[in-house]
Design a protein around this ligand. Sequence first.
Ligand code: ZN
Ligand code: ZN
Length: 164
Amino acid sequence: MVDLRDRTYCKRHPQTVSYLGCSRCGDLICGECMIQTPVGARCPDHGAEMRNPMTQASGAEMTRALVAGIGSSILLHLVFIVMLNALGRVGLFLGFVAPLAIGYLVGEAVYRASGYTRNKNLAWAAAGSVFLGLVIVSALFDVRSVSTFGILIGMYLAYKRVSP
Ligand SMILES: [Zn+2]
Ligand SMILES: [Zn+2]
């Protein structure tokens, strides 16, 4: 026998019996209005505020993405500059092509570190990382024949990799 005295109803659908509360505010919700989220069923007010993991990165993911972006950028630029200075004339070609590869790889690093997230902030972080890596490395080493055009395209590629 079901005890009818304890019967409770959905806050938004007073005709519908419900025993399930929103995991945030506790309001009773029914199958019609509840929203399933990674932290449980929620009412319409609190289900929508859940972040979309495809476009929003948490603070930790954002930090990780920045560290990965700047770290990979410095590392790649170091390798690039050492090769460029060792190669001499051939370096002119490398001076244009390498920034493109670096841009793409830095974008990839940011994309992975952020938990495969794409958004405008990450895109700017990726492009900024490409630039910052070059600035830091060129402050430590004598940088020759790096194509400004190549760097701009590299930054664009990094940007595009994680832009929505
Ligand atoms: Zn709620
Ligand atoms: Zn309802």
